[in-house]
Ligand binder design. Structure first.
Ligand code: FES
Length: 366
C-alpha cells in the first residue's frame, strides 16, 4: 500500500487476462483490461453476491457467472435499463509497471428496487379446509392422452379427499412446459435461489404452478408415478431436480419452506422395483421437509415377466381394491395433516437438523 493506492500486481502479467479476481486490502476486485486500459469494480454482484471477477466480458460489461447480470467494467453501473444498479468502482492506474487501485475512493453500491417474484412472499397458510394437490408425473401425448394407471389411482385418491371435505387440485406435469434444472447449485450453493433462478428469469417456465401448490397452497401432496426402468418417471425427476431450490434454502438460509405438510405416493410398475422407487421418493420428500402418514404409499406391479401391458393396464383400471387403497391413502394423509394443523407450527430447527456441518463458503462469495 502506498498512501491511498494499493499495489495489486504487475501490469504486464495482469494485462494477460481480460478479467480476473484480485484482492486489495481484503476487498475482492473484478479487474479487467481491454486494449491496455484497466478497470476495477467490486467483485460481489448486486443480485446474490456472484463473483464478477470470475465472469466474462461482453464489450465493456462484466457478465456475472451466476445469473448474467451485467455491470460496466470501469464505472460499475448496471447495463442500460438497470443503471440504478451499480457495484462500487475504484480508481485504477499503472505506475512503474505496477497496477494500483484506490480502495478508499470507491463509488457507492446502489440497488434498483426489483419487484420480488410472487413466490418469494412469506409462507403463511390461509384459513380454510385441508388442501390436497395431486401431482401426476407420467409422460404422455398432450393431445392424445392414453390411459395411465398411476394417474387413474391419483384421481381416486383426490375424489376420496374431496369426500372428506378437502379442497383438491390436480397438476399434470405432462401439461406443463418447464426447463430442466440448469445446475446453478453446481456453480455455488448460493447461486441456487428461492424462487428458482430459472423461474425468476423465465416467466414462460410453468413449474411455478408446482412451486405455488407445494410451498404456498397445499397441506397434502399426493405424487403419482409409473415405474420406468426401475425408477420413477423422467418427469418426476425433472421436477425433483427443480425442487432442489426448496431444499437448498435450508442449507443456505436455515429457512424451511415446507412446514406441517404431508406427502404420500402412488406407484404403479409395469415390471418391478416398487420399494426402491418408494425409498427414493420418501427420501427426497423427507429432505424437503414433508411428513408422512403411517404406510405412506400404495403400489402395484404384476412383476418382472408381465410384459402383456394391456393386461397391466386392465389390472389397475378394474381393481376395486387398488382404487379403494388410493382413497384410504388420501384419507391417512389428510388425517395427519389435520393433526399437524391442530398443533403449533413446527419450531424452526437450525439447519433443519439435517446436517452436522455448516455450509463452507467465503461470504461474500466474490
Ligand atoms: S447475477 Fe450475479 S449473483 Fe445472480
Amino acid at each position: 500500500m502506498d498512501g491511498e493506492w494499493t499495489d495489486v500486481g504487475s501490469a504486464e502479467v495482469l494485462a494477460e487476462r481480460e478479467l480476473q479476481r484480485v484482492v486489495a486490502e481484503a476487498v475482492p476486485i473484478a479487474l479487467s483490461c481491454v486494449g491496455g486500459t484497466f478497470g476495477a469494480v467490486h467483485s460481489a454482484c448486486n443480485h446474490v453476491g456472484g463473483p464478477l471477477g470470475q465472469g466474462t466480458l461482453a464489450g465493456d460489461y462484466i457478465v456475472c457467472p451466476w445469473h448474467q447480470w451485467k455491470f460496466h467494467r470501469q464505472t460499475g453501473i448496471g447495463e442500460p435499463g438497470y443503471e440504478a444498479d451499480a457495484v462500487p468502482s475504484f480508481p485504477v492506474k499503472v505506475e512503474n509497471g505496477r497496477v494500483l487501485v484506490n480502495i478508499k475512493a470507491a463509488t457507492k453500491r446502489t440497488r434498483k428496487p426489483h419487484q420480488p417474484h410472487p413466490l418469494a412472499r412469506p409462507v403463511s397458510r390461509a384459513e380454510g379446509p385441508v388442501r390436497v394437490v395431486g401431482l401426476s408425473t407420467t409422460a404422455m401425448q398432450k393431445d392424445a392422452p392414453r390411459y395411465s394407471g398411476s394417474h387413474h389411482l391419483l384421481e381416486s385418491a383426490l375424489a376420496a379427499a374431496k369426500a372428506q371435505g378437502c379442497e383438491t387440485q390436480l397438476i399434470k406435469l405432462s401439461q406443463l412446459q418447464f426447463r430442466a434444472c440448469e445446475g446453478f447449485y453446481s456453480k455455488s450453493a448460493r447461486a441456487c435461489t428461492w424462487p428458482c433462478s430459472i423461474t425468476q428469469m423465465d416467466d414462460k417456465d410453468e413449474l411455478t404452478e408446482v412451486y405455488e401448490a407445494l410451498v404456498h397452497w397445499a397441506d397434502v401432496v399426493l405424487i403419482a408415478t409409473p415405474i420406468r426402468w426401475g425408477q420413477a418417471s423422467s418427469l418426476y425427476f425433472k421436477m425433483a431436480e427443480r425442487l432442489n431450490c426448496v431444499q437448498n434454502q435450508v442449507t443456505t438460509h436455515d429457512r424451511v419452506l415446507i412446514q406441517n405438510k404431508v406427502a404420500s405416493f402412488i406407484i404403479v410398475g409395469g415390471q418391478d422395483n416398487v420399494q426402491g422407487v418408494a425409498g427414493q421418493m420418501l427420501g427426497f420428500f423427507a429432505e424437503l421437509g414433508f411428513h408422512f402418514p403411517q404406510f405412506p404409499y400404495i403400489a402395484h406391479s404384476r412383476g418382472w415377466s408381465a410384459e402383456d401391458m394391456e393386461n397391466n393396464v386392465a389390472a389397475v383400471r378394474d381393481s376395486k381394491e387398488l382404487h379403494e387403497g388410493a382413497g384410504h391413502l388420501a384419507i391417512r394423509a389428510v388425517e395427519l395433516a389435520r393433526r399437524l394443523l391442530a398443533t403449533d407450527p413446527a419450531v424452526a430447527v437450525e439447519r433443519g437438523g439435517r446436517k452436522a456441518h455448516r455450509l463452507i463458503d467465503n461470504l461474500p462469495p466474490a
